[in-house]
Design a protein around this ligand. Structure first.
Ligand SMILES: Nc1nc2c(c(=O)[nH]1)N[C@H]1C(S)=C(S)[C@@H](COP(=O)(O)OP(=O)(O)OC[C@H]3O[C@@H](n4cnc5c(=O)[nH]c(N)nc54)[C@H](O)[C@@H]3O)O[C@H]1N2
Ligand SMILES: Nc1nc2c(c(=O)[nH]1)N[C@H]1C(S)=C(S)[C@@H](COP(=O)(O)OP(=O)(O)OC[C@H]3O[C@@H](n4cnc5c(=O)[nH]c(N)nc54)[C@H](O)[C@@H]3O)O[C@H]1N2
Ligand SMILES: [Mo]
Length: 772
């Protein structure tokens, strides 16, 4: 077996090419070669990506516009497509050749790289191998096992990719069976948004639509790396920049995509020698976790300018009419901002007062402002507060619910937002349980289910006995991976519905199944013909997707079919759901979604295939607030000290940000080249500020060990990282997810949302104890 060529010495040098540009074209061609894909059929596939009548990208969830480019895909979307369409197969032969214990030694990249899963498999402990089984016997045994377990001890996970149709069926199956332990990847991602925004504006999702880019006159970017994680978004931002819209970015790392971009869609631009468009008009390397302090500084400037305007009898800087008519809590918020000292703001943000005042003045001039953000705000101890603080800042000038303005959480997986919309949630209050009961004749559970952190706790303490994964790589994505992996083997039942082999699949319980499914790009033929599915993007817009490529194996089943068969085997007769009829025609499921959520899915089947899709009814977008007090609420932050485990003077405790490279999709590692950060050859690295390195006596390429700084008696260590100097604020270090997940304590999560605080893990760094 050819193993990945992991050099122990990474190359780290500044990358000064624009994002996009020829670098991305070269990278794409290299990937198509590696996946053995014939270039002509690849281009015809990519031409259908994110187009009406085509398929919706399996990578990120960024909005898909109604009027489109010839190619509406990006470098990383194309990589995701190629990864799914690979010629490689992880088939019965493969499993006959490799024992599971042996595969556990393989890197994540090699496991997935080997190709698509083809056959349903069952783990045989006596052989330590997966062996082929028939679908029929798999469903039968899983149904029997589920019925022998207490439903409350079983978890149904979903990794934001499965369609709205599959998701609706999956959550119904869970609730009929008797639980709502329905964590999804959103729990590790934008949960701070889902918890924070409803209290602020009465909507769990953002308020902007694609057209807002045409009307905005300023944008903030807090903690999102668009160049890698939502590259199609580079286009509308570039258009904004070309008309002079300021883009002000706060990020501890100088991310290339937020600095320079050349559109590969534009030949003139590609051929011109220039450096491409300057994407951020101002770029500030905020200290990790310093965003609330930043926003307080900007707010403070707005208040000062408003004081001046009031005194001079000029037009107010605060949107007084908006605040009076729509908001609650402004006075307390104002008092907090006024009481916060510049000294504290500078200390916690790591930025200068003069700079923040300049941003404040720009903000005070702009008429319509969008606040974009990602994991840099949500994956923090104060993730919820960060999100609410950005809303506070926007509301000071009425920037919610008007054209060109709004709050814009940039979501992760391609249907992660949609899964929540149609009932994949552990929270009873978020689902129309009464309707489910009335429509399908079963008694939905009322007890709150487990989220991701609670699932891990349950696996560790033995109260979780069964797990079904609808996609994803749960054990690799969660915090505290060493403990969770060890405890995982104690499960009675472990079932994974997946397209490619990953590390979670190699942790068998007593009864373990690997069920291979169709990917979204593949033709899904059922009794009434080829089936469409629907997904929801970051702007709450619903799009149709039609797979058309031949399935990777004749044995694959679609996700709706697998869910329906599991339900039939487990809860026959416990509801009136005609599972087979739904599988025969997915439009029946869409009708049901419309019946359960009429506010959002009116005429679902008629509208979802049209160019640009249709938007759900997000009331905050037109200033109707579905909060308890029917107002938009200013929420006062707790303070700036977001991470009590670090920042102690004199102690060498660093705040670790776990990062994604440009060559990965979550735990899927496409390769070892983080081109846009100038890093290649290895993922086992630690980036540190130059002065910090000098102070600790390290030089580039030294081997170090890192250990979590926590006083709970648990040792969390990763050994043998190559340290390298990098332009980072002092006290902050960076390293890759998922390799460093074992450093994240399970309890180290956002207050209120349980989103793992993966962007501020307190660690100590020492010279390596062992040479490699
Ligand atoms: N190609 C590709 N696309 C993806 C994914 C992928 O892995 N690969 N993953 C998908 C998923 S599920 C998600 S959730 C999204 C994730 O997309 P992002 O939200 O971009 O998530 P991260 O890559 O984790 O990086 C967040 C950014 O926050 C910055 N940051 C870290 N700490 C702080 C802080 O304290 N303050 C501020 N202001 N910034 C900070 C980091 O430097 C980084 O630039 O992307 C989705 N799209
Ligand atoms: N330290 C740290 N931890 C993190 C993060 C971080 O920034 N830092 N980010 C968090 C975030 S934002 C997220 S979203 C999670 C991601 O967590 P997950 O969503 O659980 O992980 P993925 O890596 O996206 O899952 C990849 C697997 O999905 C399966 N798959 C791919 N396509 C399909 C499909 O069409 N159908 C099915 N059934 N299966 C499919 C394949 O088998 C593949 O191996 O990780 C979280 N963990
Ligand atoms: Mo995510």
């Amino acid at each position: 077996m050819r193993r990945s060529e992991i050099t122990t010495h990474p190359t780290i040098k500044p990358y000064d090419e624009p994002t996009g540009g020829w670098g991305s074209v070269k990278s794409l061609l290299a990937h198509s070669k590696a996946e053995n894909l014939v270039t002509t059929s690849l281009w015809s596939t990519l031409a259908k990506q994110n187009k009406p009548g085509g398929f919706m990208c399996v990578s990120c969830s960024w909005a898909k516009p109604a009027s489109q480019h010839t190619f509406e895909f990006c470098e990383n979307g194309a990589k995701a497509t190629m990864w799914e369409l690979t010629k490689g197969r992880t088939d019965r032969d493969f499993f006959a050749r490799h024992r599971v214990t042996e595969l556990l030694e393989w890197p994540d990249h090699d496991l997935e790289k080997h190709g698509r899963l083809t056959t349903p498999m069952r783990y045989d402990a006596s052989l330590d191998q997966y062996v082929p089984v028939s679908w029929e016997s798999a469903f039968k045994e899983i149904g029997r096992e589920l019925n022998a377990l207490d439903p409350k001890s079983v978890v149904f996970y979903a990794s934001g990719r499965a369609s709205l149709e599959t998701s609706y069926m999956y959550q119904l199956f869970a609730r009929i069976y008797g639980h709502q332990n329905l964590p999804d990847s959103s729990n590790m991602c934008h949960e701070s948004t889902s918890v924070g925004l409803p209290k602020s504006i009465g909507s769990p999702v953002g308020t902007i639509v694609y057209e807002d880019f045409e009307h905005t006159d300023m944008m903030f970017f807090f903690g999102h790396n668009i160049g890698t994680n939502a590259p199609r978004m580079l286009h509308p931002i570039q258009e904004c920049r070309k008309r002079g819209v300021p883009v002000v970015t706060f990020n501890p790392i100088l991310e290339r995509g937020l600095m320079r971009f050349k559109s590969p869609q534009n030949p003139a631009e590609m051929l011109s020698p220039g450096p491409g468009t300057k994407m951020s008009s101002d770029y500030f390397q905020v200290r990790c976790g310093g965003d609330t302090a930043v926003m307080t500084g900007i707010a403070k400037t707005v208040l000062a300018l408003d004081d001046e305007a009031k005194e001079a009898g000029r037009e107010r800087v605060l949107d007084v009419a908006f605040i009076e008519e729509h908001c609650h809590g402004f006075d307390e918020f104002e008092a907090f901002v006024r009481a916060s000292s510049w000294e504290e703001i500078e200390r916690w943000s790591g930025l200068k007062r003069a700079h923040l005042e300049d941003v404040g003045r720009q903000y005070a001039r702009a008429k319509a402002v969008i606040g974009h953000y990602g994991m840099g705000l949500t994956q923090h101890r104060h993730g919820v507060q960060n999100v609410q603080m950005l809303v506070n800042l926007l509301m000071m000038r009425g920037n919610i619910g008007k054209k060109g303005a709004g709050i814009s959480p940039i979501r992760g997986h391609s249907n992660v937002q949609g899964q929540r919309t149609v009932g994949i949630t552990e929270k009873t209050e978020l689902v129309p349980a009464g309707k489910f009961k009335e429509f399908y004749g079963f008694e939905p559970p009322t007890e709150k289910g487990r989220d991701t952190v609670e699932t891990c706790e349950g696996v560790i303490d033995g109260s979780v006995r069964g797990f079904i994964g609808l996609g994803g790589n749960f054990v690799r994505a969660v915090p505290e991976t060493a403990k969770v992996e060890e405890a995982w083997r104690g499960l009675r039942l472990h079932v994974e519905i997946a397209t490619k082999l990953n590390r979670s699949h190699l942790l068998p319980g007593e009864v373990t199944y690997l069920l291979p499914c169709l990917g979204r790009i593949e033709r899904d033929s059922q009794a009434t013909g080829d089936q469409w599915v629907a997904v929801e993007d970051s702007t709450a817009t619903i799009h149709g997707s039609l797979g058309y490529r031949p399935p990777a194996s004749p044995e694959l089943l679609s996700e709706p079919k697998i869910v329906a068969e599991l339900a039939k085997a487990t809860v026959p007769g416990k509801s009136t759901i005609p599972w087979d009829e739904w599988v025969a025609d997915y439009s029946r499921v869409r009708d049901e979604i419309e019946r359960a959520y009429p506010q959002h899915f009116k005429d679902f089947n008629k509208r979802f295939q049209k160019p640009g899709g249709f938007r759900r009814d997000i009331k905050a977008s037109y200033r109707v607030w579905e909060t308890e007090n029917k107002k938009a609420n200013f929420i006062v932050p707790d303070g700036f000290d977001t991470n009590p485990n670090v920042n102690k003077e004199g102690e060498n405790v660093f705040e670790l940000m776990t990062m994604r490279s440009n060559d990965q999709f979550n735990t899927t590692i496409y390769g070892y080249n983080d081109r846009l950060r100038g890093i290649s050859g290895s993922r086992m690295i630690l980036l540190m500020n130059e002065e910090d390195m000098a102070r600790l006596g390290f030089k580039d390429q030294d081997l170090v060990d890192v250990e979590t700084n926590a006083e709970d008696g648990v040792e969390r260590r990763v050994e043998g990282l190559r340290i390298h100097s990098y332009k980072l604020p002092r006290g902050n270090v960076g390293g890759y997810y998922p390799e460093l997940n074992k450093l994240v304590p399970l309890w180290h999560h956002a207050i209120g949302s349980h989103c793992p605080a993966a962007k501020c893990v307190p660690i100590k760094v020492t010279a390596a104890a062992h040479a490699l």
